[in-house]
Design a protein around this ligand. Structure first.
Ligand code: SF4
Length: 294
């Protein structure tokens, strides 16, 4: 006589099948194994594994011979987080809501003096690396050095492989979901061509962003670099994640109250992009926040 256990095991055709719980258990074990194996493979894959052979990117890593070397200085002591640079960037480059090629990060820390909590604001964008990983990984040959060494995308050929995003150590690229192309800071070369600065630099009301030709001693970026090194030795110039070997063309002014070690963990990494969550402004209004901040 058929047991109730066998009845439960009967399949849709009326046949008594194998132990389904056993099938499910076996399938679950296999699926779990596949997930673990996938995670292990992803962990084992290094950004360098996506780099193409050198002959495929060497020419694109060479900037036009225009005698210029564009670079940036970001003074984290002066930025007060107005986000004006981001608004100017979005307006200039038609960056849609929820996407960014420039973003201001922040880090709260206790003051050494014990006088309360201070906030460091850090305006961030593409570092225009001299040894740019995004160029090395681009399979369609779109990422390249433009005027003054600006790292740019050729939109006639970019097909949104996102390898550039996977290898950028600073999360400075996003893939536009509509155009399916890589979007990043390009130093607003269209403005440079007519003698204008990138709008983020000219908009900054606190004079925290300096851009220009590092080969020109009269450019804003050269002047502030000289000033910091000679007249203000307390403000040091540091490069972000120097251990990546990318030789960034963006340097940050840091001092004992604005250390790079404090805010560096907040900056996106390989495979990431700037995201709206970085603002986390709603946390500013947690219960008791206003009282504590007085
Ligand atoms: Fe490329 Fe990222 Fe370096 Fe910019 S910061 S040049 S996107 S690797």
């Amino acid at each position: 006589m058929e047991t109730s256990e066998q009845a439960r095991e009967r399949d849709d055709t009326g046949q008594v099948g194998p132990d389904r719980r056993q099938v499910l258990k076996t399938g679950l074990t296999a699926a779990t194994g596949a997930v673990v194996a996938g995670e292990a493979a992803a962990q084992a894959r290094r950004p360098e594994d996506l780099f193409l052979p050198e002959e495929e990117w060497r020419a694109r890593m060479t900037a036009p011979d225009d005698g210029k070397r564009y670079g940036w200085v970001v003074d984290t002591r002066r930025c007060f987080g107005c986000h004006g640079c981001e608004v100017a960037c979005k307006a200039e480059n038609d960056i849609p809501l929820g996407n960014y090629i420039r973003q201001t990060f922040y880090h709260d820390h206790e003051c050494d003096s014990g006088s309360g909590v201070a906030r460091i604001m850090v305006p961030m964008a593409c570092q225009h690396c001299e040894d740019a990983p995004c160029i090395k990984a681009c399979p369609c040959g779109s990422l390249h050095k433009g005027p003054g060494g600006s790292v740019q995308v050729n939109y006639d050929t970019c097909s949104g492989h996102s390898a550039c995003k996977e290898v950028c150590p600073y999360g400075a690229i996003y893939i536009d979901p509509v155009a399916n192309q890589a979007i990043k800071c390009h130093n607003c070369t269209h403005r440079l061509e007519v003698g204008l600065e990138p709008p983020c630099a000219s908009t900054c009301p606190s004079e925290a962003l300096y851009f220009g030709d590092l080969n020109d001693p009269e450019s804003p970026v050269s002047k502030i670099s000289a000033l910091l090194e000679i007249e203000n030795p307390s403000g040091k110039l540091a490069t972000l994640r120097e251990e990546k070997g990318t030789k960034p063309r963006m340097r940050f002014v840091v001092d004992d109250e604005h250390t790079m070690e404090a805010w560096e963990p907040k900056i996106p990494r390989e495979g990431e992009s700037y995201a709206p969550e970085a603002y986390d402004v709603y946390g500013w209004g947690e219960p008791g926040w206003e009282e504590e901040s007085r």
